[in-house]
Structures are given as C-alpha cells and as structure tokens.
Design a protein around this ligand. Structure first.
Ligand SMILES: *Cc1c(COP(=O)(O)O)cnc(C)c1O
Length: 427
C-alpha cells in the first residue's frame, strides 16, 4: 500500500500507522531504555539475532518512525536518523572508509562538509580528491585511485546552486566499483530522488526543509540497497568480513542489501552515538507532514524573487537554476523538473561591502546562519559558512565575495520583494 502512495501522502502518513487504540500521532518515546522480562532475550538483541528496542543510542521507536517516513520519501531500503547533517556526512563516509582510504568528491559542497572532508577526515587518514561539479567523465575517472571507496556530491549545491549530474556521476562511480553518496538536502525528495537516478546512498541535513521551522538540528542517512558490496568484497571489508564485536557477523551475508544500514546502526551508532533526541525527531516528523506544501510555496516565491532580482540594476548576477538564462538550467530541467528549492544566490553590485550593507538594511529577511525554513533569511557565505576557505577553494565551491544567499521563506512574496527593494535602494 505505502509504496503506491504519492509523495504528499507519504509525508503525512508514512512511518507511523497505528493499530486499534494506539495514538494517531507518533508518540515521543522519551526513554533511554526499554524493559525486558528476560536477560536471555536482551542478549539476543545484543547479538543482532533479534530486532527490538533496548537502548535509545541504538534505536528508538520515535526516531525509527521518522526515519521510515524519510526512507519512504526517498525510496530506500532503510534509513537512520543522526543528531546533525554533519554527523550524517561523517557516518556516510566512515561506515565504508578508514585510514588509508580515498574518496572522490565534488568541490561544490556545503562549507561544513568541505571542512569535515578536507581537514578533519583528512587528519583521520582519509584522503579526498575534489573535482569540479561539472567534471567530465574523463576528469572524474582520473580522480580515482585503487583505494577509492566512494563518490560524494550534493544534488543541488549549497550555496552555489549547481546541479549534480547524478546519472553520470553514478555511472562513473559504478564503473570504478564504488557507490555514489548524494546529499539531497536542498531539493528534498519532493523535487529530487537521487536513488531513482542511480545514487546508492542519500543523506540530508534534516535541519533544513524537513524540519522546515528551524527548531531541530538533525540528519538522516538513507540506504538505497542497490550497491552490491559482495561483488566488491575486497574493497569493502567493513561490510563483507566477519565483525568480531558481533561474534563474527558478516553484514553483507546477514543483512543482504541493507548491509550498509545495518552497520551504521550496529557499529557506527553503538560506537560514535550521534543520535537525535526523540523530541527532536518528533519535531522533524511534524515538519515533514507539510513538506510537500511548503516546498511548493518556497519554490513559487523563489521563482518570483529570482525574476525580480534578475531585473534589478543593483544586482550583478543571479543564480537560480530555474531561470532559463542560468547555466544549470538544462540539468535542472532533467533532475528538478517540478522545482528546485527556495534558495536564490545573487551578487550585489559593489562587491563584498555592498553585499554586507544590503544585508544590514533588510527588515523582514533576517541575517541568520540558517537556510530553508519558513522565514526568509540571508547569509554571506564568504564571511561565515565558508570563511575557512582560501580564495581558490572559494572559487571551486562557487562562492564569490559578493554572493548573498537568500533563503526564501513561505511569507507573501510581495512582502519579501518589498523588503529587498528597500534594502537594495540603500546600497
Ligand atoms: C546544513 C547542511 C549540512 C550540515 O547539516 P547540519 O544539520 O547543520 O549539521 C550538510 N549539507 C548541506 C547541503 C547543508 O545545507
């Protein structure tokens, strides 16, 4: 039944179908622990011989219900919530890569992801090669090494709004025997489902449109179940060799096409523990119930504002992939035919100084370190989220000094435009 539901119905109903007399709304299981009648039964859970709840760091019914809802939207085999989008990126990589391994990633990444990859994971001994988001097949292939374990990219990049050619990236990744991991935070599954284009694993920062109201930091990892780990067993020993801490369980043999997910839960969560609180998961789930309605409005407003900005003399350039003049337009038609997201990036004429003056003059749109919630907001990535980057790294990430990232909310477009109008006239 649930597989045939439309996306809107999945947003509202997937993940929690109560039985007779049970709460209609997914309850908040605010409990670290779960009671058992016998020590023996609990022992079987520890050995992964039985599924069940025993400690919230490993699994919690509220968290699982919301993960299942997201899994239904993305079309995966299983999903797990994490305490942040950063934790999701960290786990997605380190679930299959360790010291001595290598990852190929698009250079156009969220600033936090870039720092994680280029600095923190590098210090753990995982090497990254960053390629231009529009790298040709030859360029992409040249980035691979014998120890490459995955390819990583964002379906619609934050903040530079470049569209990933998912089908092509997936084909090259698979030709080299590794999975494609896609961060699908900006379009959400309402507008893009990377698994349908050949991606193998999808991650999100649920802090953005999923929550949608800026209440809860969170992340999720969806296992598409499509990658054949066993066929590349030498490359992925973490999934295809016996795991000593579970009496020699072999994830690939025991969990089949959900092996990647099983290890995330049984090893990554057990050892690193970045779970969300059930209360945050509940709020995220509440947000998802209106995701389909909000995304439609975000995008409708963003289209109007992008067109308005494109015609303004104090704006030097506008990046919104749905503008026909945008160099991402063709890719957006293919991967985001029904909409992209509510984010519009643009340059204020006069460069960095003018951009900061414009932001200070806004009244309705707030200056906040956030994106993708109901309230319109702006940020200056070069001096905030991406400030660690060198000029050449900024360029590769598609972030210029005059770039303002406007996250268009779901207010009335006319009011947002009026606010931009008065702020641009000051500059
Ligand atoms: C915000 C964001 C992240 C990081 O997520 P947090 O929830 O802030 O940890 C990762 N990827 C993208 C595309 C983001 O926008």
């Amino acid at each position: 039944m649930a597989e045939t539901w439309g996306l809107g119905t999945r947003c509202v109903q997937s993940g929690w179908q109560p039985k007779n007399g049970e709460p209609r709304v997914v309850p908040i299981y605010q409990s670290t622990t779960f009671k058992f009648d016998s020590a023996e039964q609990m022992g079987r859970l520890f050995d992964l011989e039985e599924a069940g709840y025993f400690y919230t760091r490993l699994a919690n019914p509220t968290n699982d219900a919301i993960a299942a809802r997201i899994n239904a939207l993305e079309g995966g085999v299983a999903a797990i919530l994490t305490s942040s989008g950063q934790a999701a990126s960290f786990y997605a990589i380190t679930n299959i890569a360790g010291t001595g391994d290598h990852i190929v990633a698009s250079a156009a990444l969220y600033g936090g992801t870039f720092n994680l990859f280029a600095n923190s994971l590098k210090s753990f001994g995982i090497d990254f090669t960053f390629v231009p988001n529009n790298a040709s097949d030859t360029e992409l292939s040249a980035a691979f090494r014998p120890n490459t374990k995955a390819v990583f990219g964002e379906s619609l990049t934050n903040p530079s709004l470049e569209v990933l050619d998912i089908e092509r990236y997936a084909a090259v990744a698979h030709a080299h025997g590794v999975p494609l991991i896609v961060d699908n935070t900006f379009p959400t599954p309402i507008f893009c489902r990377p698994l349908e284009w050949g991606a193998d694993i999808v991650i999100h920062s649920t802090s953005k449109y999923f929550d949608g109201h800026a209440t809860s930091v969170g992340g999720v990892i969806v296992d598409g179940g499509s990658f054949d780990w066993q066929a590349h067993s030498e490359r992925f020993p973490m999934l295809t060799r016996p795991e000593d801490t579970y009496h020699g369980t072999n994830f690939s043999e025991s969990f089949g096409n959900a092996a990647y997910h099983a290890r995330l839960l049984a090893v990554m969560m057990r050892d690193f523990g970045a779970i969300p609180s059930p209360h945050n998961a509940f709020l995220t789930g509440l947000g998802i119930e209106t995701l389909h309605l909000r995304m439609a409005r975000h995008v409708e407003n963003a289209r109007q504002i992008a067109r308005y900005l494109a015609g303004h003399p104090n704006v030097s350039w506008v990046r919104f992939p749905e503008l026909e003049t945008d160099d991402q337009y063709a890719l957006a038609r293919k991967y985001l035919p029904n909409g992209s997201c509510g984010v519009v990036s643009f340059g204020v004429r006069g460069g960095r100084e003018a951009a900061m003056r414009f932001m200070d003059a806004l009244k309705l749109c707030a200056v906040v370190t956030h994106v993708a919630d109901t309230r319109s907001s702006v940020i200056h990535p070069a001096s905030t989220t991406h400030r660690q980057m060198s000029d050449s790294e900024l360029k590769a990430a598609g972030v210029s000094p005059d770039l303002v990232r406007l996250s268009v909310g779901i207010e009335d477009a006319v009011d947002i435009i009026a606010d931009i109008e008065q702020a641009l006239s000051i500059g």
